[in-house]
Design a binder for this molecule. Sequence first.
Ligand SMILES: [Zn+2]
Length: 183
Amino acid sequence: MSTQTTGITDKLIQRAVKEREARRSGRSRAVAVMVLSALFALGLVLALAVYPGHPDDTSAPRCDGTTMSPSDICDAYVNGALTHSYSYQEMLHRQQAAHPGALVAGIIAMAIAVLLLVPLLRALDPAKPWGTARPGHCPRCRQPNLREKPMTHSETRGRVQRNWSGIVTLCTPGCDFATVRPR
Ligand SMILES: [Zn+2]
């Protein structure tokens, strides 16, 4: 076994031990709840604040950063080609317009947050042990306490990304026996 392989084995084991600890302490679950709350809040902002637009905003619209006068025309270019010329009134309507896409995106974001909450809380329950039970006895402490889970590790150097994966087997934190086998 080369030194590099040994290093990767250690990294996969460290990852597994960290993940087990994050779950046991409830930290994984707290992070999941925080992320879902943020997603829900983002959906709420999109649906309630972005979607209605500014129907009462009668201030002069801006064209390319410059405030327009009622006689001005605002030219829109795509890839250097003129695609549309907007009048002052048209720009004012665009400024006041609602954004139906924001409503759809907001509802989707809130729905995902709500639908994922219970399955994630259940999957990350601190009372639920890490990985799945592996039959047999630990070669170190001789107890049937082995649990295993596929883990991955990736490293990026320059433009090259290398991925490793293996099934990590861990004994109890008190015994500390750990091993990795290919998937
Ligand atoms: Zn053991």
